[in-house]
Every structure is written in structure tokens, then in C-alpha cells.
Design a binder for this molecule. Sequence first.
Ligand SMILES: Nc1ncnc2c1ncn2[C@@H]1O[C@H](COP(=O)(O)OP(=O)(O)OP(=O)(O)O)[C@@H](O)[C@H]1O
Ligand SMILES: [Mg+2]
Length: 512
Amino acid sequence: MVRMGEVWTNTGSALASLVFIYTIFERFFPYRLREHFEPLAQRLIGFIYPYIQITFHEYSGERFTRSDAYDAIQSYLSKDSSSRAKKLTANTIKGNKSIVLSMDDHEEITDEFEGVKVWWQSKKHQSESRAISFYPKADDSRFYMLKFHRRDRKVITEKYLDHVMSEGKTIEVKNRERKLYSNNPSQNWSGYKQTKWSHVTFEHPATFDTLAMEYKKKEEIKNDLIKFSNSKDYYKKIGKAWKRGYLLYGPPGTGKSTMIAAMANFLEYDVYDLELTTVKDNTELRRLLIETSGKSIIVIEDIDCSLDLTGQRKQKKEEEEDKDETSPIEKQMKKDQGENKGSKVTLSGLLNFIDGLWSACGGERIIVFTTNFIDKLDPALIRKGRMDKHIEMSYCGFEAFKVLAENYLDAKEEDDNELFDEIKRLLEVEEIKMTPADVGENLLRKSEVETKEFCLKRLIEALKEEKEEAKRRIEDEEKKKKEEEETKRKKREEKKIKKEENEENEIALKEI
Ligand SMILES: Nc1ncnc2c1ncn2[C@@H]1O[C@H](COP(=O)(O)OP(=O)(O)OP(=O)(O)O)[C@@H](O)[C@H]1O
Ligand SMILES: [Mg+2]
């Protein structure tokens, strides 16, 4: 058995020999000769050790900015490491909804890509500095090391790294806590920590499953969304910015806002709820757009109320009126008043927002407008290409009712046949119009005593009442119409009588 003392003696003498050889080499080989020798040495090393290593540090550039690449790799490896690495660490990443499990320091896992094997290692540098640091991260710098055979260099540098980044980012997006943003009034844009958008966590529970709508229409919208979100290369190929516009229109309570929430949950996108009336002008609108991130839905609700489409024309009229005024002070006062009136966003500003050059920055986006009155909107705003898909949100049909009945009461057609038949007759034969919001309100259990049958019967009563109400409304309208016609007719007659009287008077006067 070799004794410990002998091992140390042998190692010591080997090291001494190496130092001696290196000193001889440095002294007797001139610099120029060494220059030739070094590549040779590198090749020799490469022959013995054919692997290449790349390191990805946790903090890059400035000391305390976390590297995006490190985060993406961490997310990418988390899917494999949680099942394959023996030692794991649990990290909470800011903005993530769940804990990310990644391999612990000095663990190694392998990965395969297009038949190429790579090794990933998580490592840690421990700083030798003994100085007390306020920053816990300052002393330990972590990094990932990627090792691969040099023959695979091309695949790794040209394809694999891109694959890791994009997969990692997709996982990051999936894990992140989604946000609902709303724009701040511009007077709050400056100052400490003030931003253009404020946010809260987006937690709307609506999904396409809970949305009351015909199955076919729902599937069509879902397919459209999937196709859009997977079409990065296609949009690039056809030279179009990667965005899609939806116009949701229909009466109040038909589910326009609910549909937006369902879309956001389906695609796992953030939502930017843009309140146009607080945006001062077109420049501000553009600045808000630049601050939105990719994978988001930008929503402008009630577009017909948000924007005065005749604004530009009004402005011109005001300018013409200004010409007559003599005092420049008065002019300035009027101008100032005009500026404080509210939003000066114009139609062209909004069109620029939707498909100007700026709209292409920052990844995929969906823009959704909602309105109760589609006819009020300028055709330029809603033409195809700007608003690619127009979706009508309508009164509750039988199919939509079935979705609500199942969601609210667990009621199915086969179980409650008679009540369902009656509701079908009322909705389809009698064509009673009720919004899904009102149908839902009737189906909602307000106490324990309200059974399924009770709620369905309440809906039937409400539908019948709605029919009577609609009848009354029509009768009232007809009555009003008739009254208006009657007053018009009376006015015409009075005019005629007056005219005849005048003519008679004129004749009488002439005769005198
Ligand atoms: N199609 C629907 N499916 C499921 N629930 C719906 C539907 N439509 C309306 N609701 C219910 O009615 C409520 C109001 O709906 P929502 O706010 O989406 O209507 P809206 O069309 O946006 O109305 P408005 O034009 O007034 O903004 C929602 O909370 C939702 O529960
Ligand atoms: Mg709404």
C-alpha cells in the first residue's frame, strides 16, 4: 500500500519538474518561436481534449443586471432538471407565478438536439474577497457551462443556442404572472418611479369554455388566435407586422369584455387597457404604444365614445372663427382652453397607432376595439387589414344558453328536457332577445334554496316578461310615431289655414 507521505513526495517532485521545464522553455525559446509553438500546443490540447465550453453568467454587463440569457437557460433546463438532476434548488423569480426548480450548483445534465449531445453544468465562483458586501450576490457568481464536441460547433452556435433561448423564453412567458395594464394620465409620467402604464395581476377567470357562444363560432376564433400566435415566420415572409386586429361589436352585456379576457387567458398574453380619453395627443399615444410589450392584447373599449371622429373638422372650423378675432390675447386664451378640453387624439393618429411603423416594434400583438354601435365608426378604422376580424356579439341563442346552464347550474339538456324545450321555443321560435348577461343573472343561484329547476323556471318567466316588454316597447314606439305624425299633420294644416287666411286678407285689402 502506498503511504500518504510518498504520494506527497512524488506530486511535489512532479510539480517541481514542470516548473523547471516551463522556465527553460520561457528562457531559451525566443518570443517569435513561442508564437509559432502556441497554436501547435493548442491543436495538441484540442486533439487530447476535443470539447468546447461556453459560459453564461448570471449577472452580465453591469454587475447587478441579471442576464436574460441566464434566465432563459434556467427556464429551458428547468423542464429537464426537475426530473433528472439529483440536487435541485427552488427559486422564486420576480414576476413568476410559481417556483422554478433548477439544478443545484455543480450538478450536470445532458441534452440532445438533432442527434447532438451536450452537457450543461451549473457552477459557482466563490469570490476570495473577504470584504463585507451589502449585496448577497456579489460574492457568489453563478454561471452555466455548456460543453459540446468541437465537431458539433456549427449546430450548436447556429441552431441549438437559438433553440434554447426561444424555448426558454416560451417557458418564461408561460410561468410568468400575467398583468393587466392601464395607462396613467400624462401629468404623472415624470417623477420618481412614474411610468406610463400601471399594472395589477391579471386574474380574470373567463375562458372560452365559460363563454356563451355558438360552438362553431368559438372554435373559429380559437383557431384564428392559434394560427396568429404560431405565424411569426409567415408574417415575416409576407412582410407584415406581426399583429392582428379584432373588432367586437354588439349590444351591452353580450360578452365583449368577457371575450377579451378569454382571449388573453387562451393565449396567455398580458392586457393593456387603453383609456383614450386620458391620452392628450397623437404623440402620447405613440409613446404609450412603444412602452407595451410583445405577447399582449391592446384593448380600446367603446371606441365610438372614446374618440371624437369629427374632431379634425371641428378644429378647422375653430381656426376659421379665430381669423375674425382681433386680439391676440383672446386668441391665445381660446387656444389654451381648447388644449385643456381633453384628448386631442385624431383618427389619423389612431390609424397610425394601429398600423404605422411604430406598431411593428416589440413582438406579437393583438389590438381589440369594442363598440355598441358599429355603424357609428369611420370605415377607415374598421376596414379589413386594420381590424382583420369583425366579431358580432349577439343576444343569447339556445346554444349559448346551454353553455350558461351548464356553467351556472350543471344543468344538461338530457336531464331537464321539458324546461330546456320551453327555453328553446322561447329563444328560437318566439325570437325573444335577451343578453347573455341577463340570462346569466337569472340562472345565478342566489341562495341554497334556489334549485336548478327554480332558476330555469325563473329564466322562463323572465323571457316571457321580456316578450311582453318588447311588445309594449313596440306599441309605445308606434304610438309615439303616430303622435309625431299627428302633430306634424296638425302643424301642416294650421300652416295651410294661415296661408289661406292671409290670401283672403290680401284679396279683401285689394278690393278695398
Ligand atoms: N357571452 C357571454 N358568456 C358568458 N358570460 C357572459 C357573456 N356575455 C355576458 N356575460 C356575463 O355578463 C357580464 C357582462 O358582460 P360583458 O361585460 O362582457 O359585456 P359587454 O358586452 O362588454 O358589455 P358592455 O358593452 O356594456 O361593455 C359578464 O360579467 C359575464 O358574466
Ligand atoms: Mg364591456
